[in-house]
Write a new protein. Structure first.
Length: 377
């Protein structure tokens, strides 16, 4: 790659990396705040919190990378023009095709990475996220049940533990009002968590069960030596994992199992997810061409570029919104696939025509004056 092209490539690549990091950090922070209860309410470590929130980064990057590339292209082209470098390049015989070449090299690299993230990294990360969330939920006793606190495990189910000594729980109180107006209260001197055949039980020892059918009735009390309270519905370990279309491997979307209950219920979701993954690499290319078509030509300092920048931003936003709408429409009808692929391809082709197809206006012939005619004679 010649020195000039390396210069443009490096300038745009640095801007792209910086933009992508900033955008990802901002969006990741907003997403991370939603998962803050993993640390505060569910007693997990900061490392588990970072792992869970970090697994959402591939999904964010696929959306943010084309936008960051568009912003980097606009910034670098504006800077080149503001420093009169585009004018100098044009005067030295550097045409638009050569100016576009390093930008396209960067765009192809971004498109390849976006394609890999869409086809492989996103389903892998979402499956890992599902696994981690399941483990957090399954670790309800080890990390949620704290000494001296009334801990709500579910709406209508509260557990209190007086003391934890090693693997034993002392002074256990469990109140279950999920089947209102019926109220069941468990009291036990001690207990422990037992996992058996994929199920989790809170085994209570030396206690009693108080069952009240209605608030105006006396409770029925039963004393027990040993009682097993099933925690499996709250851990999620006993459930058969049914992955959403976004969590499925691309091969599963391309050739779905016709007997799969999820596919029978929402076949359109599988189709839309597959085409969305395949079309994602086209958006960096379309966004880059839109930016180049809008502000890729040199202009003097008297010619404002604000309208070109605003027009490029509007075209980019409209294209992305239309693409999302076409993907949603694909759930209902397979013919929407034409719009899913046609929008970025058509936008890129239109941008290429605007950048190279239009011929600049030929300057008007100079007006000859009588004095000039006499001088030439």
């Amino acid at each position: 790659m010649p020195v000039l092209e390396r210069y443009i490539f490096g300038l745009t690549a640095k801007a792209f990396v910086a933009s992508l990091i900033i955008l990802t950090a901002v969006i990741w922070t907003t997403q991370a705040l939603r998962e803050l209860d993993v640390v505060t309410a569910q007693g997990q470590t900061i490392w588990i919190f970072l792992l869970i929130t970090g697994l959402t980064i591939p999904s964010l990057s696929v959306i943010l990378a084309p936008i960051a590339l568009f912003g980097a292209a606009v910034w670098s082209l504006n800077r080149l023009n503001a420093d009169s470098e585009l004018v100098v390049m044009s005067g030295a015989g550097v045409g638009p095709a050569r100016l576009l070449r390093p930008l396209m090299a960067l765009t192809l690299m971004v498109s390849v990475v976006v394609g890999m993230m869409s086809v492989w990294a996103i389903p892998e990360s979402l499956r890992a996220l599902r696994f981690q969330l399941t483990q957090v939920r399954a670790d309800v006793v080890a990390n949620i049940l704290r000494e001296g606190q009334f801990t709500p495990i579910e709406q209508g189910l509260v557990v209190h533990v007086r003391e934890r000594r090693g693997g034993a729980l002392l002074g256990i109180f469990v109140q279950d009002t999920r089947d209102a107006p019926q109220e069941v209260t468990y009291l036990a001197e001690r207990g422990q968590i037992v996992e058996e055949q994929g199920s989790t039980f809170l085994v209570l020892e030396n206690g009693s069960v108080q069952r009240r059918e209605a608030p105006d009735k006396d409770p029925a009390i039963v004393v027990f030596q040993r009682y097993a309270f099933d925690l499996s519905p709250f851990t999620g370990l006993s459930e058969v994992t049914s992955y959403k279309p976004r969590e499925r491997y691309t091969s599963e979307l391309a050739a779905p199992d016709v007997n799969d209950a999820a596919y029978k219920a929402q076949p359109g979701r599988f189709r839309a997810e597959l085409h969305e993954r395949l079309v994602n690499p086209l958006y960096p290319l379309a966004f880059m061409l839109i930016a180049f078509a809008a502000i890729g030509r040199p202009r003097t300092t008297r010619q404002t570029r604000a309208y070109g920048v605003l027009g490029a931003i509007a075209a980019m936003a409209a294209l992305r919104i239309a693409g999302l709408g076409a993907t949603n429409l694909l759930v209902a009808t397979p013919y929407a696939a034409l719009a899913v692929y046609g929008l970025p391809i058509g936008a890129g082709a239109a941008a290429l025509w605007l950048a190279f197809g239009r011929r600049p206006r030929s300057p008007a012939p100079p007006v000859s004056s009588p004095l000039a005619a006499a001088a030439s004679a």
